[in-house]
Design a protein around this ligand. Structure first.
Ligand SMILES: *[C@@H]1O[C@H](CO)[C@@H](O)[C@H](O)[C@H]1NC(C)=O
Ligand SMILES: *[C@@H]1O[C@H](CO)[C@@H](O)[C@H](O)[C@H]1NC(C)=O
Ligand SMILES: *[C@@H]1O[C@H](CO)[C@@H](O)[C@H](O)[C@H]1NC(C)=O
Ligand SMILES: *[C@@H]1O[C@H](CO)[C@@H](O)[C@H](O)[C@H]1NC(C)=O
Ligand SMILES: *[C@@H]1O[C@H](CO)[C@@H](O)[C@H](O)[C@H]1NC(C)=O
Length: 529
């Protein structure tokens, strides 16, 4: 998912031909639990330890911050960066459900009917509101009406999950009222108005359709899905042609008046990321209605393997994805982009294409390297590398700064922003890698990451962001606990060790549930693949 946009205006001059090296680390997807001894005692202990951490963070939030959006774990204060509708509570619901903690489920389910989604003084992000609030409410509804109905004590309050989602989406629907149907991302209520933008981003436009369509499918009101799909239509058929440098890979900024892309700058990074993620997830959601989305994902995935795969000069064994400006590559990536391995693996599973699984596992290994190479064992917000593939002095491939050369020689990347703000993407991809292969290695990686986050970021009444993952103790704290700690980090950390269940990603590619970009699982609508 994206929580900020990539900065633009980078000058990239040189043309470059990317090479694709053969890299080992191939996993067979026949290797499943059962084909080797599975240590149930160990995995249960690990799942329980993650559950303990979730309960600790929830209790801190509940005591000092509820019903505000997020906890400040060091000062025991709170803030409302997501319109004051209780973002952490709504984001925590599906995790409390999958962990089956009745007390926390009840606290959240009884709170939801009291949220006033008609009012907020602050600017609303259509994207953030969709993935966190709509996603959390619809997922809670699916789980409580379905496999976890035993945790539904108050059917009126369960029904309110859907009616509150409908109320929120109805209040937001005016954001799509533009000449093209590409929505404004920034809007205000009372009176309804927008932030005056002339463009919307690829991710903020292309990461609405799963939630809004699911709301339509649950309520029978087709309007919600139609609104999101109108915006999405400009991504599925991008114009002008120059905004699609390789088939399926597109630019970032879309004109709200015309639906035309404004640039050819992009990649699998923040600002673009989850638009690609949702192409294949829509197909998982319904294989009959969303074959076009599948085809666009395949085009993007094939172009990515052919053109964006990049191997650091010091570590040819690693595969990262470059970003692009037209056909020029720029060798930088982010923690956010590390969902890419998991998304390739999901695509490979549902399309039964081992190539995508193998490529996804390479991306997973390289993202693990960003964790394993730092002092804290946690990966940085953003990083760069250099390649051997360009002409000398190519500005798109600058040399490693002198003070990072030792680190780069060993790690294959150097840190450009050392923050860790409780992001999930690396652990998320470990989860898909484990579900596809059954290889305990990925559980061990996820466990190491969790233990390191628990050891370094856990402080005061919860978990705090870190200033520098490569400094002792994480280089100091940021007194802010993002709601996605509950929705994502602790959910994927838990699920990878948890037993099979209907909501788990299936290695045979036939999924009954699909996770939105905030890790809220939705019941799929279509016939199994
Ligand atoms: C059930 O939930 C509804 C809606 O929030 C609430 O009005 C009612 O008091 C709840 N009932 C019980 C028994 O808690
Ligand atoms: C469906 O939702 C749209 C958007 O909120 C709303 O304008 C319309 O009245 C709804 N239709 C029905 C039949 O409820
Ligand atoms: C880059 O060049 C160095 C020195 O020749 C070599 O050791 C390394 O393997 C090369 N890296 C890649 C990715 O080809
Ligand atoms: C890196 O991985 C190795 C091998 O699994 C492990 O022994 C080591 O503790 C890890 N280092 C960090 C910082 O996580
Ligand atoms: C997590 O941190 C707490 C507090 O420091 C500690 O008690 C607990 O053992 C840690 N859990 C793991 C699995 O390391």
């Amino acid at each position: 998912m994206v929580y900020f946009s990539l900065s633009h205006g980078l000058s990239v001059l040189a043309l470059l031909s990317s090479t694709v090296l053969a890299v080992p680390a191939k996993e067979e997807f026949t290797k499943r639990p059962g084909s080797r001894p599975d240590d149930h005692t160990l995995n249960k202990q690990r799942a329980d330890a993650v559950k303990d951490a979730f309960t600790y963070a929830w209790d801190g939030y509940y005591k000092y911050a509820f019903p505000n959006d997020e906890l400040h774990p060091i000062s025991n204060g709170f803030s409302n960066s997501r319109n004051g509708w209780g973002a952490s509570a709504v984001d925590a619901l599906s995790t409390a459900l999958l962990m089956q903690i009745p007390r926390i489920v009840d606290q959240i389910v009884n709170f939801v009917p009291t949220i006033n989604f008609d009012e907020t003084l602050d600017e609303i992000s259509l994207f953030e509101t969709t993935i966190r609030y709509l996603g959390g409410l619809l997922s809670g509804y699916d789980l409580l009406k379905g496999p976890l109905s035993n945790l539904a004590k108050n059917s009126t309050a369960v029904d309110a999950l859907l009616s509150q989602a409908t109320r929120l989406a109805s209040n937001l629907a005016f954001a799509f009222d533009t000449p093209s149907g590409v929505p404004y991302n920034g809007v205000y209520f009372n009176p309804n108005r927008n932030d005056g933008s002339t463009t919307n981003g690829l991710a903020t436009t292309g990461t609405l359709v799963l939630e809004w369509q699911h709301l339509s499918d649950l309520t029978g009101n087709k309007t919600f899905g139609e609104l999101a799909q109108k915006g999405e239509s400009y991504i599925l058929k991008p114009n002008p042609a120059t905004s699609e440098p390789w088939p399926g890979l597109v630019g970032t900024n879309i004109d709200i008046n015309t639906g035309l892309f404004q640039d050819a700058f992009g990649g699998w990074v923040g600002g673009d990321d989850s638009a690609y993620e949702y192409l294949i997830k829509m197909y998982v959601y319904d294989t009959t209605r969303y074959a076009t989305y599948r085809d666009r994902w395949i085009a993007a995935a094939d172009s990515t393997i052919a053109h964006l795969a990049s191997h650091p000069s010091s570590r040819p064994d690693l595969t990262y994805l470059a970003i692009f400006n037209g056909k020029k590559l720029i060798y930088q990536s982010q923690h956010l982009a590390c969902f890419d391995g998991g998304n390739f693996i999901l695509g490979g599973l549902v399309l039964k294409e081992q190539t995508y699984i193998d490529f996804g596992l390479k991306l997973v290994s390289a993202c693990e390297d960003t964790y394993n190479s730092t002092l804290t064992g946690i990966g940085p917000e953003s990083f760069r590398w250099v390649t051997n593939d360009t002409a000398p002095n190519d500005p798109s491939n600058p040399p490693v700064p002198a003070d990072r050369q030792t680190f780069y020689a060993r790690a294959g990347f150097y840190i450009t922003n050392g923050n860790y703000i409780l992001r999930p993407e690396v652990i998320e991809s470990f989860y898909y890698a484990y579900r596809a292969t059954g290889n305990q290695l990925y559980r061990d990686w996820a466990w190491d990451a969790f233990v390191n986050i628990n050891a370094t970021a856990r402080t005061g009444s919860g978990f705090a962001g870190l200033n520098n993952v490569n400094a002792p103790g994480g280089g100091g704290f940021q007194d802010f606990q993002e709601s996605f700690l509950f929705a994502e980090v602790l959910k994927y950390s838990y699920l990878i060790h948890a037993p099979d269940n209907v909501w788990q990603v299936e290695h045979n590619g036939v999924n009954q549930w699909v996770f939105n970009t905030e890790a809220h699982p939705f019941k799929v609508a279509g016939p199994p693949i």
